[in-house]
Ligand binder design. Structure first.
Ligand code: M6R
Length: 612
């Protein structure tokens, strides 16, 4: 949460920062701000709300500064108002900071500073942090980077911070711990950002800062040190992001674009990995630990939100195909209990952003307990990817809409490939079934494209239900996690209450909710649970519930019972979530639009949840 961007070079900094903030807005949109240094003076502009508010506020008044910092906020400490917006100045105004993260001991630091005569304008931990650095600088007559380093040894929590100083107006100092920070190396210019998206159009040479590293950029050269002031040798990486993937490409919203990208993103995810002709499934990122995975007595999956739903599907796949017991854990719960992890257990972390704080903490805990950690991550070079022993990238391309769509189907695709690879290695699948599933997986992008043709029909159905206040989503087997995912999608972007349930559990409570006003979305595709789901539909109809059924094309029975049916292509049970989720994504999108919601930036949310 929170996006940070900084620039130093010869160009006008303001437009670069502004564009960067637009790219990072998915990380938080409670407020936005920038600070620029001109003639050794700091100009700060900040406004509650979106980056466009800031743009309107600045109204072209800034040009000519060649060094600056910018921030887009997801509020943690204090209301999302102008005062709490970043950047924050230190008490005497000589230092200015942008910060992504949380300083946990800010309360005691603040009290100590107040006792010594300092006062604060905002409620933020960031203002305390920068004032603390000013105080250290004054007390010990320290240069900026020394005061910064001392402060970093005393603060507790997570941070990615960048600081400018009026006393050294051609210098940026930055550091990270627990929150991401990328340095872009241009020709005589440097870019800093929470991810590579604001950097990619200027340079593709980047350095991902490591935890507790300090970066000092002094005009045209940089150095990286650790907290003991020892120089570090950075690893320069080359970015592989197409600029067009960061734009809406003719769609009204990123979410819609990303839903429609799925035939391609699933193809990209399988490209070079799956070969139907030879029967090969190559996962180049899992080599050294392939045997450990095959011999594992247990797999634990840790993830949050939509990624957790992908983990639930993987549980069914791994148990069914590979006969390995699997547990799927919310990372936020796992990290705070004392989970039983045995040496050699495999922990798979699933994450789109690769920066989710709870998932990151869960894998650290797992590693400390001797587990082998594999990452299934979309964002290349992200913290979870780098902190996993090995793993498989999704290759779904950047996902900007806060609601995760194409990442979910890419996660399912990667996890299916891992399960098939593993089953073949362990001999828990017959050759015939293995080949059948490879062929079927290979056909999924075309089937997703067919499911997307239902868009108009789904829009019409959504219109009929746009005023409904509650929804129930039911599914069984592989479609149960899809029911959870459909309900989450509706909640997060339409602000409609929705609950996902295993269809058979309905009679243990939720059935009491059903009346003629309750729309019930039932995923009732032709699979091993079909007959049971038909009975569940009858139970709902007997209570006058309104059924919207997702069925396999050609189904003749369910349309006689359901109020509305949406037919999707047939596939194997294992792969059905890749298709059955598509109408649910589209339905949540249309409902949100019809209800006047901001689908790409739903209230209170952020794309990358880097706070616990
Ligand atoms: O980046 P991650 O996959 O780790 O994010 C996990 C969740 O925050 C995320 O899936 C969230 O639930 C989405 N907004 C769902 O659409």
């Amino acid at each position: 949460m929170c996006g940070i961007v900084a620039y130093i070079g010869a160009k006008d900094a303001y437009p670069i920062l502004l564009k960067g903030l637009h790219r990072l807005e998915y990380r938080g949109y409670d407020s936005a701000g920038i600070a620029l240094i001109d003639n050794a003076e700091i100009h700060v502009h900040k406004k509650a709300g979106k980056v466009k508010n800031l743009e309107r506020f600045v109204n072209g008044s800034e040009s000519g500064s060649t060094i600056g910092i910018g921030h887009t906020r997801w509020a943690t400490h204090g209301l999302p108002n102008d005062l709490n917006a970043h950047p924050h100045l230190s008490a005497n105004g000589s230092l200015v900071m942008i910060h992504n993260g949380i300083i946990e001991n800010y309360g005691s630091l603040k009290q100590d500073l107040i006792n010594r005569g300092y006062s604060f304008e905002s409620d933020t931990d960031t203002e305390v942090f920068i004032t603390f650095i000013e105080d250290i600088q004054k007390e010990g007559n320290h240069p900026l980077e020394d005061a910064f380093r001392i402060a970093l040894t005393k603060v507790i929590g997570a941070y990615a911070v960048v600081i400018m100083s009026t006393k050294e107006p051609r210098k940026l100092v930055a550091a990270r711990k627990g929150s991401p920070l990328v340095l872009g190396l241009g020709e005589g210019e440097f870019f800093l950002a929470s991810d590579a998206t604001p950097i990619v159009e200027y340079t593709n040479e980047v350095i991902y800062l490591k935890d507790e590293e300090i970066l000092i950029i002094n005009d045209d050269h940089y150095e990286i040190k650790n907290l003991d002031d020892v120089a570090q040798s950075p690893y320069i990486e080359t970015l592989d992001i197409e600029l067009e993937t960061l734009e809406k490409g003719g769609y009204k919203h990123f979410m819609l674009k990303e839903i429609f990208e799925q035939p391609n993103s699933i193809r990209d995810c399988m490209r070079g990995r799956l070969n139907v002709d030879t029967g090969e499934l190559v996962l180049g990122g899992i080599r050294e630990y392939a045997n450990a995975l095959a011999n594992a007595e247990r797999i634990v999956i840790v993830a949050c939100g939509t990624s957790w739903h992908a983990g639930l599907v993987a549980e069914y796949l791994f148990e069914d195909l590979c006969r390995i017991p699997v547990e799927v854990e919310y990372a936020s719960e796992f990290r705070y209990r004392n989970p039983v992890i045995n040496e050699g257990d495999i922990v798979i972390a699933i994450s789109q952003s690769g920066e989710t704080a709870d998932t990151l903490a869960a894998i650290e805990l797992a590693k400390n307990k001797g587990a082998i950690v594999l990452g299934v991550v979309n964002t290349v070079g992200s913290s979870i990817a780098r902190n996993s022993y090995e793993g498989a990238y999704l290759h779904a391309g950047p996902e900007i809409g806060v609601a995760s769509t194409k990442a979910f189907t890419a996660q399912l695709t990667v996890l299916t490939m891992i399960a098939l690879r593993l089953a073949a290695k362990k001999g828990t699948i017959t050759d015939t079934k293995y080949h059948e599933l490879l062929v079927e997986l290979d056909s999924i992008p075309d089937k997703v494209a067919l499911a997307l043709k239902l868009n108009d029909k789904i829009e019409t159905i959504s219109d009929l239900f746009k005023e409904a206040q509650n929804f129930l989503y039911l599914g069984r087997g592989y479609n149960f996690p899809v029911a959870l995912e459909g309900a989450l999608k509706l909640k997060e972007i339409s602000y409609v209450h929705a609950e996902g349930y295993p269809a058979a559990e309905m009679k243990h409570g939720p059935i009491a909710l059903i009346d003629e006003k309750m729309p019930v979305v039932v995923i009732a595709t032709r699979d091993s649970s079909y007959d049971k789901v038909v009975s569940n539909i009858q139970e709902v109809k007997a209570r006058k519930g309104v059924i919207i059924a997702i069925v396999t094309e050609g189904d003749e029975l369910i349309p006689t019972m359901a109020d509305f049916t949406i037919e999707i292509p047939a596939t194997h049970d294992y792969l059905m979530p890749l298709l059955s989720v598509i109408p649910l994504q589209l339905m949540s999108y249309h409902m949100a639009i019809m209800r006047g919601c901001n689908v790409d930036q739903p209230r209170n949310l952020a794309k990358s949840v880097t706070v616990e």
